[in-house]
Design a protein. Structure first.
Length: 154
């Protein structure tokens, strides 16, 4: 029986040594493998993070630039619209001033009675071209200009 127990103990010792070698090798391989994998994963993540941050920064800057360009374009369009709007009021103001000055201009023309002056004023005010023209006609020719207008409106 001694030989059985010796062989059992030899086999037990052999098994324990084999297990110990296997256990001792596995952690080293796993530790090395985990360390390398962890290190590689950390480096890859760090690189990815840097690239993401860099790409994100570029994307943000591109978005900001596009937004600024859109705002600038909108401002230009708004400025043009406001300018057109104001020019309409300027034209209206000029027309109003000319219409107001028309009566004094017509009073300066000899030979017109009140009725003729009123008819001429209404006809001229209704036509912007006539209103512009009467102010550009030479003062000596205005009497004839108004008589033509009065003859056409009759």
């Amino acid at each position: 029986m001694a030989s059985d127990s010796d062989s059992d103990s030899d086999s037990s010792v052999g098994e324990v040594e084999a297990e110990h070698e296997a256990d001792s090798q596995v952690p080293e391989i796993e530790n090395t493998s985990q360390d390398d994998t962890a290190s590689s994963a950390f480096t890859i993540q760090a690189n990815k993070k840097r690239k993401r941050a860099h790409n994100g920064d570029v994307n943000v800057l591109n978005t900001v630039n596009e937004t600024i360009n859109m705002i600038h374009s909108s401002q230009e369009q708004l400025a043009n619209a406001v300018s057109e709007f104001i020019s309409c009021f300027k034209l209206e103001k000029e027309l109003s001033e000319r219409a107001q000055n028309l009566n004094s201009l017509l009073k300066g023309i000899d030979g017109l009675n009140v009725e003729q002056r009123m008819r001429a004023a209404v006809t001229i005010v209704m036509n912007k071209n006539l209103l512009d023209s009467i102010f550009t006609v030479a003062p000596l020719d205005r009497s004839e200009f108004v008589s033509v207008i009065l003859n056409q409106s009759s």
